[in-house]
Design a protein around this ligand. Sequence first.
Ligand SMILES: Nc1ncnc2c1ncn2[C@@H]1O[C@H](COP(=O)(O)OP(=O)(O)O)[C@@H](O)[C@H]1O
Ligand SMILES: [Mg+2]
Length: 231
Amino acid sequence: MLEVNDLSLHYGQSQILYDVTLDAPTGQITAVMGNNGVGKTSLLKAVAGRHPFSGGKVHASGVSVGSGSAVRSARAGIAYVPQGREIFPMMTVLENLETGFALLPRDARTIDEDIFELFPVLSDMRTRRGGDLSGGQQQQLAIARALITRPGVLLLDEPTEGIQPNVIQQIGACLRLLRDRGDMAIVLVEQNADFAYDIGDRFVMIEGGRVRRRAEKSRYSRDQMLEDLAL
Ligand SMILES: Nc1ncnc2c1ncn2[C@@H]1O[C@H](COP(=O)(O)OP(=O)(O)O)[C@@H](O)[C@H]1O
Ligand SMILES: [Mg+2]
C-alpha cells in the first residue's frame, strides 16, 4: 500500500502541491483526477522519485521512500508509467522491457511469462522496434516495462491519452486483472472521466495542488464526480 502524507512540491519558487495526503490500498485502483495543470503528474513524479518533494512523507508498504531518488522509490516497490509513455523508439520491444532489469538483482532478471499473457501483442512483436509500434501498443509496452520489477505499487499517468477506444478497453481489462490479483496498489491518474469512473474503486480529486475530495466509489456517483470536475 502507498501512503502519501502532507506532500508539498515546488518548481523553483513556485509551489505546485500543498499538503497532499492520500493512501492507495493494495488490491484497489485509486483514481487521481483533476483538470489540466492541477499537479497530478507532479504528484506521481514525487512518489516515483523523479522530482524532489519539499515537504511531507511517502511510504510504500511501510518503507519510507524519501525525496528525489528514483532508485529508492523503485526499491520500495514503486513502478511508474510516465505520461507520454517514454518508450525507447530505437530499441526492440524486448530491449525496452529489459531496461526494467537495472534495479533487479542479477538472478531476478527474467521476464515473467505472465507479462506476455497480459499483453499478447508484445509477444508477437518482441523483435520490433518500439518506435514502430502504434500508440496503444507503446502504452502496453510502457505498462509491461513497469511490471518487470514485480512492483507493489503501480503508478500510471494518463494511460488512455491519445489511444483508440478498443485499446482503452484492453488496458482497462489489464488493470482490472492486475487489481484482482490482490498484490498491487494501483494509482491511476486520468482525465478520461468515464474510464476512471468505470475502473476506479476510490477517487481523489485534486484542485490547485490540493486534495479537494476523497471518496469510495460506493459513496460517490458518476454525476457527483462530473460535477466535481466541472465538466
Ligand atoms: N518542470 C517544470 N517546471 C516548472 N513548472 C512546471 C514543471 N512541470 C510542471 N509545471 C507546472 O506545474 C503545474 C502542474 O503541472 P502538472 O503536474 O504537469 O499538472 P497535471 O499533470 O495535473 O496536468 C502546472 O502549472 C505546470 O505548468
Ligand atoms: Mg499530467
